[in-house]
Design a protein around this ligand. Sequence first.
Ligand code: ASP
Ligand code: MG
Length: 400
Amino acid sequence: MLIVKKFGGTSVGNKDRIYNVANRCIEDYKKGNDVVVVLSAMGKYTDVLIDMAKEINPNPPKREMDMILTTGEQQSVALMAMAMAAMGVPAVSLNAYQVAMHTSSAYSNARVKRIDTERITAELEQHKIVIVTGFQGVNKYDDYTTLGRGGSDTTAVAIAAALHADKCEIYTDVDGVYTADPRKVPGARKLDQVTYDEMLELATLGAGVLHNRSVELAKKYGVRMVVRSSLNTNEGTVIREGSKMEKMIVSGVAADPDAARVAVVGLKDEPGVAFKLFNALAKQNINIDMILQSIGRHGKKDISFTCTDDDADTAKTVIEEIMDFEEIDIDKNVAKVSIVGAGMQSHPGVAAKMFEALFDANINIRMISTSEIRVTVLINEKNVERAMNAIHDKFNLGDE
Ligand code: ASP
Ligand code: MG
């Protein structure tokens, strides 16, 4: 078997943990598997490097930022290869340049385009464990790039896809994917499996376990992913295409506190208003999430939408400059709470049940949006934990 194993920062945070990871990889290797290891920078080292850079220049050039950030992963792969060498196991560390991980040119947010497999394959053929830097790539100018924070997951899946690996294991400091954040919902339970689509929604909604682009890639190339802990041997959560039978109606509840609601009242009720408004916001790179438009009355209408807390003030300025309206109101004390489940598509009444849970808890819903496998509500931030627990209980997500 060819196994890609990715370990996050906490899993390689110190000497003991590095040896722990080395042991786990060697175990698979000694069983006769080909093992490719993808690592993040140690602990919070990426943050340390960011602080270091900002001390020199609060607004560092993005190219140079990627140049420094890639050193974090280079450090951890070299140390891992040294640990394995100390244990008498042949291993080699490779950075993005040595592998040739080709990415788009966008510094700090590059996308993987193509991975050359020759070098990795040649090293595996010599029976070495191959240890590759996560998070980094090389663009067409032969410069280093990074894939965005948390991007090592995406490196691992991309390598697994390129090598047609049998599985891609993502090791982290929790046991897998949960029905809700266990710090907020004490009854949260680890899920044995979720579908790619569910995981994609959960990752995008800020569940925090996986880089959402890694899930996108895994789905596209059918890479079998497992999320599990590096600190114990518990079975993790398998992420794969779900068969109809196994689809859960609701598999999890997620919350995203980083939301702001912008309400524009008294816009003209005529063609092109929404276009003008959202086009201007798009030009400022402001990502819009939920959108609500009132019915037109007396030639006027209202449009509300959500964006991140950070973007709300810019949005207001842009709208004041270009739109014709009566009033604008921003509320940053709101949060999104969502339920996700692939089985929703074929089960009526799921949204109603969620709303009932919120009603029972006396929590007011400010906005609603849905996709095929998700229902999201916007509520006051202070009610988030209560809402999550109420919904989690209502759907009995804590029970097997
Ligand atoms: N070290 C990078 C970060 O902290 C990439 C990763 O951990 O996946 O964002
Ligand atoms: Mg991560």
